[in-house]
Design a protein around this ligand. Structure first.
Ligand SMILES: Cc1cc2nc3c(=O)[nH]c(=O)nc-3n(C[C@H](O)[C@H](O)[C@H](O)COP(=O)(O)OP(=O)(O)OC[C@H]3O[C@@H](n4cnc5c(N)ncnc54)[C@H](O)[C@@H]3O)c2cc1C
Length: 370
Protein backbone atom coordinates (compact mmCIF):
# COMPACT_ATOMS: atom_id res chain seq x y z
CA UNK A 1 0.00 0.00 0.00
CA UNK A 2 1.36 3.41 -0.98
CA UNK A 3 0.57 6.23 1.44
CA UNK A 4 0.32 9.59 -0.29
CA UNK A 5 -0.74 13.02 0.82
CA UNK A 6 -2.86 14.26 -2.08
CA UNK A 7 -3.92 12.21 -5.10
CA UNK A 8 -5.62 13.47 -8.24
CA UNK A 9 -7.38 10.83 -10.35
CA UNK A 10 -7.95 11.70 -14.02
CA UNK A 11 -5.60 14.09 -15.82
CA UNK A 12 -7.76 15.78 -18.44
CA UNK A 13 -8.47 19.51 -18.32
CA UNK A 14 -9.61 19.56 -14.70
CA UNK A 15 -7.17 17.07 -13.20
CA UNK A 16 -4.12 18.56 -14.92
CA UNK A 17 -5.13 22.00 -13.60
CA UNK A 18 -5.69 20.67 -10.07
CA UNK A 19 -2.29 18.96 -10.13
CA UNK A 20 -0.64 22.20 -11.23
CA UNK A 21 -2.28 24.39 -8.58
CA UNK A 22 -1.55 21.82 -5.85
CA UNK A 23 2.07 21.61 -6.94
CA UNK A 24 2.34 25.38 -6.80
CA UNK A 25 1.14 25.22 -3.20
CA UNK A 26 4.14 22.96 -2.52
CA UNK A 27 2.25 19.78 -1.57
CA UNK A 28 3.96 17.40 -4.06
CA UNK A 29 0.71 15.83 -5.36
CA UNK A 30 0.47 12.56 -7.28
CA UNK A 31 -1.63 12.41 -10.46
CA UNK A 32 -3.07 9.14 -11.76
CA UNK A 33 -4.29 8.72 -15.34
CA UNK A 34 -5.69 5.55 -16.92
CA UNK A 35 -4.21 6.32 -20.35
CA UNK A 36 -1.14 8.20 -21.51
CA UNK A 37 -1.49 11.86 -20.59
CA UNK A 38 -2.65 13.96 -23.52
CA UNK A 39 -4.70 11.09 -25.00
CA UNK A 40 -7.61 11.74 -27.34
CA UNK A 41 -10.21 9.45 -25.72
CA UNK A 42 -11.79 11.87 -23.24
CA UNK A 43 -13.12 15.43 -23.50
CA UNK A 44 -10.06 17.69 -23.45
CA UNK A 45 -8.08 16.96 -26.62
CA UNK A 46 -7.77 19.07 -29.76
CA UNK A 47 -6.66 22.51 -30.85
CA UNK A 48 -9.41 24.76 -29.61
CA UNK A 49 -12.06 25.41 -27.00
CA UNK A 50 -14.02 28.65 -26.96
CA UNK A 51 -13.31 31.11 -24.19
CA UNK A 52 -16.08 33.64 -23.52
CA UNK A 53 -17.67 35.67 -20.78
CA UNK A 54 -20.86 36.05 -22.88
CA UNK A 55 -23.12 33.81 -20.77
CA UNK A 56 -26.79 33.45 -19.94
CA UNK A 57 -25.98 33.52 -16.23
CA UNK A 58 -23.83 36.05 -14.32
CA UNK A 59 -22.23 33.25 -12.27
CA UNK A 60 -20.51 31.84 -15.36
CA UNK A 61 -19.51 35.29 -16.59
CA UNK A 62 -17.78 36.06 -13.31
CA UNK A 63 -16.10 32.64 -13.16
CA UNK A 64 -14.81 33.00 -16.74
CA UNK A 65 -13.45 36.41 -15.79
CA UNK A 66 -11.71 34.84 -12.80
CA UNK A 67 -10.18 32.16 -15.05
CA UNK A 68 -8.76 34.67 -17.54
CA UNK A 69 -5.84 36.00 -15.44
CA UNK A 70 -4.98 32.44 -14.40
CA UNK A 71 -4.60 31.44 -18.07
CA UNK A 72 -2.49 34.51 -18.65
CA UNK A 73 -0.34 33.74 -15.61
CA UNK A 74 0.22 30.20 -16.90
CA UNK A 75 1.23 31.61 -20.28
CA UNK A 76 3.72 33.96 -18.64
CA UNK A 77 5.16 31.23 -16.44
CA UNK A 78 5.53 28.65 -19.22
CA UNK A 79 6.24 30.87 -22.21
CA UNK A 80 3.49 28.98 -24.12
CA UNK A 81 0.76 30.72 -26.12
CA UNK A 82 -2.47 29.20 -24.77
CA UNK A 83 -5.19 31.80 -25.26
CA UNK A 84 -6.00 33.72 -28.42
CA UNK A 85 -8.27 36.66 -27.59
CA UNK A 86 -10.04 37.13 -30.91
CA UNK A 87 -13.25 38.40 -29.31
CA UNK A 88 -16.44 36.38 -29.66
CA UNK A 89 -19.39 37.03 -31.90
CA UNK A 90 -22.82 35.60 -31.14
CA UNK A 91 -25.52 36.10 -33.75
CA UNK A 92 -29.15 35.14 -34.19
CA UNK A 93 -32.49 36.29 -35.51
CA UNK A 94 -33.87 39.23 -33.49
CA UNK A 95 -36.42 37.09 -31.61
CA UNK A 96 -33.81 34.63 -30.30
CA UNK A 97 -34.12 34.33 -26.50
CA UNK A 98 -30.53 33.09 -25.96
CA UNK A 99 -28.95 36.23 -27.36
CA UNK A 100 -31.37 38.46 -25.44
CA UNK A 101 -30.60 36.68 -22.18
CA UNK A 102 -26.83 36.92 -22.68
CA UNK A 103 -26.96 40.58 -23.64
CA UNK A 104 -29.06 41.12 -20.49
CA UNK A 105 -26.22 39.67 -18.37
CA UNK A 106 -23.64 41.92 -20.07
CA UNK A 107 -25.90 44.93 -19.37
CA UNK A 108 -26.58 43.96 -15.75
CA UNK A 109 -22.87 43.42 -15.02
CA UNK A 110 -21.85 46.46 -17.11
CA UNK A 111 -19.41 44.43 -19.20
CA UNK A 112 -18.24 45.69 -22.59
CA UNK A 113 -20.21 44.48 -25.61
CA UNK A 114 -21.20 45.87 -29.00
CA UNK A 115 -24.42 45.26 -30.89
CA UNK A 116 -23.69 44.97 -34.61
CA UNK A 117 -25.83 44.80 -37.72
CA UNK A 118 -25.03 42.40 -40.57
CA UNK A 119 -23.35 45.33 -42.39
CA UNK A 120 -21.24 46.18 -39.33
CA UNK A 121 -20.14 42.54 -39.09
CA UNK A 122 -19.13 42.43 -42.77
CA UNK A 123 -17.21 45.67 -42.42
CA UNK A 124 -15.30 44.46 -39.38
CA UNK A 125 -14.85 40.79 -40.28
CA UNK A 126 -14.59 40.58 -44.08
CA UNK A 127 -15.18 36.82 -44.26
CA UNK A 128 -18.62 36.98 -42.62
CA UNK A 129 -21.85 37.69 -44.50
CA UNK A 130 -24.78 37.28 -42.13
CA UNK A 131 -28.47 37.54 -43.11
CA UNK A 132 -29.85 41.11 -43.19
CA UNK A 133 -32.14 40.70 -40.16
CA UNK A 134 -29.37 39.32 -37.92
CA UNK A 135 -28.68 40.67 -34.44
CA UNK A 136 -25.03 40.21 -33.51
CA UNK A 137 -23.24 40.83 -30.24
CA UNK A 138 -19.46 41.14 -30.07
CA UNK A 139 -17.63 40.81 -26.76
CA UNK A 140 -13.91 41.53 -26.64
CA UNK A 141 -13.23 39.14 -23.74
CA UNK A 142 -13.58 36.08 -25.91
CA UNK A 143 -11.47 33.83 -28.06
CA UNK A 144 -10.12 30.32 -27.82
CA UNK A 145 -7.74 28.17 -25.82
CA UNK A 146 -5.38 25.63 -27.37
CA UNK A 147 -6.89 22.72 -25.45
CA UNK A 148 -4.23 20.02 -25.72
CA UNK A 149 -1.48 22.54 -25.10
CA UNK A 150 -3.28 23.80 -21.97
CA UNK A 151 -3.45 20.27 -20.52
CA UNK A 152 0.17 19.59 -21.45
CA UNK A 153 1.33 22.91 -19.97
CA UNK A 154 -0.51 22.38 -16.69
CA UNK A 155 1.13 18.95 -16.42
CA UNK A 156 4.62 20.13 -17.34
CA UNK A 157 4.47 22.96 -14.86
CA UNK A 158 2.97 20.68 -12.20
CA UNK A 159 5.97 18.38 -12.59
CA UNK A 160 8.29 21.34 -12.43
CA UNK A 161 6.77 22.35 -9.07
CA UNK A 162 7.06 18.85 -7.60
CA UNK A 163 4.11 16.75 -8.84
CA UNK A 164 4.53 13.10 -9.87
CA UNK A 165 2.43 11.53 -12.62
CA UNK A 166 1.49 7.86 -12.79
CA UNK A 167 0.28 7.19 -16.35
CA UNK A 168 -1.59 4.14 -17.59
CA UNK A 169 -2.81 3.36 -14.12
CA UNK A 170 -6.51 2.71 -13.90
CA UNK A 171 -8.39 3.26 -10.65
CA UNK A 172 -10.82 0.37 -10.35
CA UNK A 173 -12.34 1.04 -6.95
CA UNK A 174 -12.43 3.84 -4.41
CA UNK A 175 -13.12 2.94 -0.78
CA UNK A 176 -14.57 5.98 0.95
CA UNK A 177 -15.43 4.31 4.23
CA UNK A 178 -12.04 5.11 5.82
CA UNK A 179 -11.00 8.59 6.87
CA UNK A 180 -8.05 8.14 4.49
CA UNK A 181 -9.64 7.08 1.18
CA UNK A 182 -8.19 3.92 -0.37
CA UNK A 183 -7.85 3.15 -4.05
CA UNK A 184 -7.54 -0.15 -5.86
CA UNK A 185 -5.71 0.40 -9.12
CA UNK A 186 -4.13 -1.57 -11.92
CA UNK A 187 -0.79 -0.75 -10.24
CA UNK A 188 -1.69 -1.73 -6.69
CA UNK A 189 -3.32 -0.03 -3.71
CA UNK A 190 -2.96 3.60 -2.69
CA UNK A 191 -4.10 5.44 0.40
CA UNK A 192 -4.17 9.23 0.71
CA UNK A 193 -5.23 11.94 3.09
CA UNK A 194 -7.02 13.91 0.34
CA UNK A 195 -8.39 12.57 -2.92
CA UNK A 196 -9.47 14.69 -5.89
CA UNK A 197 -11.48 12.84 -8.55
CA UNK A 198 -11.70 14.53 -11.97
CA UNK A 199 -12.86 11.66 -14.22
CA UNK A 200 -14.76 13.48 -17.00
CA UNK A 201 -17.21 11.12 -18.75
CA UNK A 202 -16.10 8.19 -16.56
CA UNK A 203 -17.54 9.88 -13.46
CA UNK A 204 -20.53 7.58 -13.05
CA UNK A 205 -18.19 4.56 -12.94
CA UNK A 206 -15.63 5.79 -10.47
CA UNK A 207 -18.00 7.51 -8.05
CA UNK A 208 -20.84 5.05 -8.51
CA UNK A 209 -21.79 5.29 -4.82
CA UNK A 210 -23.14 8.77 -5.54
CA UNK A 211 -25.38 7.61 -8.40
CA UNK A 212 -24.61 10.85 -10.18
CA UNK A 213 -27.37 11.84 -12.62
CA UNK A 214 -24.94 12.31 -15.50
CA UNK A 215 -25.54 11.74 -19.18
CA UNK A 216 -22.63 11.31 -21.58
CA UNK A 217 -23.25 12.38 -25.18
CA UNK A 218 -21.26 11.86 -28.34
CA UNK A 219 -20.13 15.14 -29.91
CA UNK A 220 -18.09 15.62 -33.05
CA UNK A 221 -16.03 18.46 -34.40
CA UNK A 222 -14.90 18.95 -37.99
CA UNK A 223 -12.05 20.90 -39.57
CA UNK A 224 -12.28 22.65 -42.95
CA UNK A 225 -9.65 24.46 -44.96
CA UNK A 226 -10.76 27.68 -46.65
CA UNK A 227 -9.49 28.28 -50.16
CA UNK A 228 -8.50 31.92 -49.56
CA UNK A 229 -6.99 31.83 -46.11
CA UNK A 230 -6.15 35.45 -45.25
CA UNK A 231 -9.60 36.54 -44.03
CA UNK A 232 -9.97 33.51 -41.75
CA UNK A 233 -6.98 34.07 -39.47
CA UNK A 234 -7.46 34.81 -35.76
CA UNK A 235 -6.58 38.49 -36.25
CA UNK A 236 -9.43 38.91 -38.76
CA UNK A 237 -12.12 36.53 -37.57
CA UNK A 238 -13.43 36.02 -34.01
CA UNK A 239 -14.88 32.84 -32.56
CA UNK A 240 -18.50 32.86 -33.82
CA UNK A 241 -21.70 31.15 -32.67
CA UNK A 242 -25.11 31.00 -34.32
CA UNK A 243 -27.98 31.10 -31.81
CA UNK A 244 -30.46 29.71 -34.34
CA UNK A 245 -28.64 26.56 -35.44
CA UNK A 246 -26.45 26.26 -32.31
CA UNK A 247 -23.50 25.73 -34.65
CA UNK A 248 -20.26 27.50 -33.79
CA UNK A 249 -16.85 27.89 -35.35
CA UNK A 250 -13.33 29.20 -35.04
CA UNK A 251 -10.84 31.04 -37.20
CA UNK A 252 -8.20 28.96 -38.96
CA UNK A 253 -5.92 27.41 -36.36
CA UNK A 254 -4.26 24.04 -35.98
CA UNK A 255 -5.86 21.61 -38.44
CA UNK A 256 -8.02 24.25 -40.16
CA UNK A 257 -11.26 25.98 -39.26
CA UNK A 258 -13.04 23.99 -36.60
CA UNK A 259 -16.84 23.90 -36.63
CA UNK A 260 -19.15 21.98 -34.32
CA UNK A 261 -22.75 21.64 -33.19
CA UNK A 262 -23.54 22.53 -29.57
CA UNK A 263 -26.80 20.54 -29.62
CA UNK A 264 -26.58 17.29 -27.69
CA UNK A 265 -25.52 14.23 -29.67
CA UNK A 266 -26.60 10.66 -28.99
CA UNK A 267 -26.18 9.14 -25.53
CA UNK A 268 -22.86 7.31 -25.31
CA UNK A 269 -20.58 5.40 -22.98
CA UNK A 270 -16.92 6.46 -22.73
CA UNK A 271 -15.69 2.86 -22.99
CA UNK A 272 -17.40 1.90 -26.24
CA UNK A 273 -18.35 5.16 -27.92
CA UNK A 274 -18.75 5.04 -31.72
CA UNK A 275 -15.99 7.26 -33.13
CA UNK A 276 -17.10 6.93 -36.75
CA UNK A 277 -17.54 10.41 -38.18
CA UNK A 278 -21.12 11.52 -38.80
CA UNK A 279 -20.88 12.64 -42.41
CA UNK A 280 -24.36 14.21 -42.40
CA UNK A 281 -23.29 16.47 -39.56
CA UNK A 282 -20.07 17.26 -41.40
CA UNK A 283 -22.05 18.28 -44.48
CA UNK A 284 -24.50 20.38 -42.44
CA UNK A 285 -21.61 22.25 -40.83
CA UNK A 286 -19.89 22.79 -44.17
CA UNK A 287 -23.12 24.19 -45.66
CA UNK A 288 -23.48 26.47 -42.65
CA UNK A 289 -19.93 27.79 -43.06
CA UNK A 290 -20.60 28.37 -46.76
CA UNK A 291 -23.80 30.27 -45.91
CA UNK A 292 -22.21 32.65 -43.42
CA UNK A 293 -18.93 32.92 -45.38
CA UNK A 294 -20.10 32.69 -48.99
CA UNK A 295 -16.94 33.97 -50.62
CA UNK A 296 -14.81 30.94 -49.92
CA UNK A 297 -14.78 27.25 -50.63
CA UNK A 298 -14.13 24.92 -47.73
CA UNK A 299 -12.36 21.60 -48.12
CA UNK A 300 -12.98 19.00 -45.44
CA UNK A 301 -9.78 18.15 -43.54
CA UNK A 302 -10.70 15.83 -40.68
CA UNK A 303 -12.98 15.32 -37.72
CA UNK A 304 -12.84 13.95 -34.17
CA UNK A 305 -15.15 12.56 -31.52
CA UNK A 306 -15.42 13.95 -28.02
CA UNK A 307 -17.91 13.69 -25.14
CA UNK A 308 -20.09 16.05 -23.16
CA UNK A 309 -20.91 14.97 -19.60
CA UNK A 310 -24.25 16.59 -18.85
CA UNK A 311 -25.91 17.26 -15.49
CA UNK A 312 -29.73 17.65 -15.45
CA UNK A 313 -29.49 21.39 -14.65
CA UNK A 314 -26.29 21.94 -16.73
CA UNK A 315 -24.50 23.35 -13.70
CA UNK A 316 -21.15 21.75 -12.85
CA UNK A 317 -20.48 19.36 -9.99
CA UNK A 318 -17.61 20.61 -7.80
CA UNK A 319 -17.17 19.94 -4.11
CA UNK A 320 -16.70 17.45 -1.30
CA UNK A 321 -18.16 13.97 -1.59
CA UNK A 322 -21.20 13.87 0.74
CA UNK A 323 -19.97 10.60 2.34
CA UNK A 324 -16.35 11.63 2.92
CA UNK A 325 -15.14 15.25 3.14
CA UNK A 326 -11.58 14.18 2.30
CA UNK A 327 -12.74 13.33 -1.22
CA UNK A 328 -13.39 16.12 -3.72
CA UNK A 329 -15.19 15.48 -6.97
CA UNK A 330 -15.40 17.61 -10.10
CA UNK A 331 -17.45 16.42 -13.06
CA UNK A 332 -20.51 17.17 -15.19
CA UNK A 333 -19.04 20.10 -17.09
CA UNK A 334 -21.98 19.94 -19.49
CA UNK A 335 -20.09 20.80 -22.66
CA UNK A 336 -18.66 24.16 -21.56
CA UNK A 337 -16.09 23.47 -18.86
CA UNK A 338 -12.77 23.89 -20.58
CA UNK A 339 -12.47 27.68 -20.29
CA UNK A 340 -12.88 27.36 -16.50
CA UNK A 341 -10.48 24.44 -16.05
CA UNK A 342 -7.53 26.36 -14.63
CA UNK A 343 -9.89 28.03 -12.14
CA UNK A 344 -11.53 24.70 -11.25
CA UNK A 345 -8.03 23.35 -10.57
CA UNK A 346 -7.31 26.28 -8.28
CA UNK A 347 -10.61 25.81 -6.44
CA UNK A 348 -9.94 22.08 -5.95
CA UNK A 349 -6.41 22.80 -4.71
CA UNK A 350 -7.74 25.37 -2.23
CA UNK A 351 -10.44 22.99 -0.98
CA UNK A 352 -7.97 20.13 -0.64
CA UNK A 353 -5.38 22.11 1.28
CA UNK A 354 -7.44 24.66 3.23
CA UNK A 355 -11.03 23.34 3.19
CA UNK A 356 -12.47 26.53 1.68
CA UNK A 357 -12.39 28.64 -1.45
CA UNK A 358 -13.15 32.27 -2.11
CA UNK A 359 -15.03 31.39 -5.33
CA UNK A 360 -18.84 31.01 -5.42
CA UNK A 361 -19.29 27.27 -5.98
CA UNK A 362 -22.27 26.54 -3.75
CA UNK A 363 -24.51 25.97 -6.79
CA UNK A 364 -22.19 23.15 -7.86
CA UNK A 365 -22.43 21.04 -4.70
CA UNK A 366 -22.82 17.34 -5.28
CA UNK A 367 -25.77 16.82 -2.95
CA UNK A 368 -28.03 19.45 -4.50
CA UNK A 369 -31.53 18.24 -5.40
CA UNK A 370 -31.97 17.30 -9.06
C1 LIG B 1 -16.69 18.66 -28.98
C2 LIG B 1 -16.51 19.42 -27.71
C3 LIG B 1 -16.40 20.80 -27.76
C4 LIG B 1 -16.25 21.54 -26.58
N1 LIG B 1 -16.13 22.88 -26.68
C5 LIG B 1 -15.92 23.61 -25.55
C6 LIG B 1 -15.69 25.00 -25.66
O1 LIG B 1 -15.68 25.56 -26.77
N2 LIG B 1 -15.44 25.72 -24.53
C7 LIG B 1 -15.43 25.12 -23.29
O2 LIG B 1 -15.22 25.82 -22.29
N3 LIG B 1 -15.64 23.78 -23.16
C8 LIG B 1 -15.88 23.02 -24.25
N4 LIG B 1 -16.07 21.68 -24.16
C9 LIG B 1 -16.14 21.05 -22.83
C10 LIG B 1 -14.79 20.77 -22.24
O3 LIG B 1 -13.89 20.31 -23.22
C11 LIG B 1 -14.95 19.77 -21.09
O4 LIG B 1 -15.88 20.31 -20.16
C12 LIG B 1 -13.65 19.47 -20.38
O5 LIG B 1 -12.63 19.17 -21.29
C13 LIG B 1 -13.86 18.31 -19.41
O6 LIG B 1 -12.61 18.00 -18.82
P1 LIG B 1 -12.50 16.84 -17.72
O7 LIG B 1 -11.14 16.96 -17.15
O8 LIG B 1 -13.67 16.90 -16.80
O9 LIG B 1 -12.67 15.47 -18.55
P2 LIG B 1 -11.60 14.63 -19.41
O10 LIG B 1 -10.81 15.51 -20.28
O11 LIG B 1 -12.36 13.53 -20.08
O12 LIG B 1 -10.62 14.03 -18.33
C14 LIG B 1 -10.97 12.97 -17.48
C15 LIG B 1 -9.74 12.10 -17.32
O13 LIG B 1 -9.93 11.15 -16.30
C16 LIG B 1 -9.34 9.94 -16.69
N5 LIG B 1 -9.97 8.86 -15.94
C17 LIG B 1 -11.29 8.58 -15.89
N6 LIG B 1 -11.53 7.52 -15.12
C18 LIG B 1 -10.33 7.09 -14.65
C19 LIG B 1 -9.94 6.02 -13.81
N7 LIG B 1 -10.83 5.16 -13.30
N8 LIG B 1 -8.64 5.87 -13.52
C20 LIG B 1 -7.70 6.76 -14.01
N9 LIG B 1 -8.04 7.79 -14.84
C21 LIG B 1 -9.34 7.95 -15.15
C22 LIG B 1 -9.63 9.88 -18.19
O14 LIG B 1 -8.82 8.98 -18.88
C23 LIG B 1 -9.42 11.33 -18.60
O15 LIG B 1 -8.09 11.56 -18.99
C24 LIG B 1 -16.23 20.89 -25.33
C25 LIG B 1 -16.31 19.50 -25.26
C26 LIG B 1 -16.44 18.77 -26.45
C27 LIG B 1 -16.55 17.29 -26.34
Amino acid sequence: MRNEKILVVGLGAMGSAALYHLARLGVAPIGIEQYQVGHALGSSHGHSRAFRIFYHDPLYTTLAEAALPLWQELEALSGEKLLELTGSLFFARPDNEHIEQKIGVMQALKRPYELLTAQDVAARFPALRLPEDTVACYTPQGGFLDASRCVQTHLLQARRFGATIHEQVRVDRVDLSQEWPELETSAGRYRCSRLIITPGPWASEIVESLALPLQVTRQQKFYFQPKHRAAYQPDRLPVYADGNTQFYGFPEYGLGMKAADDQLGVIASPNNIDRTLDLDKRDQLKRWLETIMPNSEFAFVTGATCMYTMTPDRDFLIGPHPHNPNVLVSAGFSGHGFKFSTLVGKILAELATGGTTEYPIDRFRLDRPF
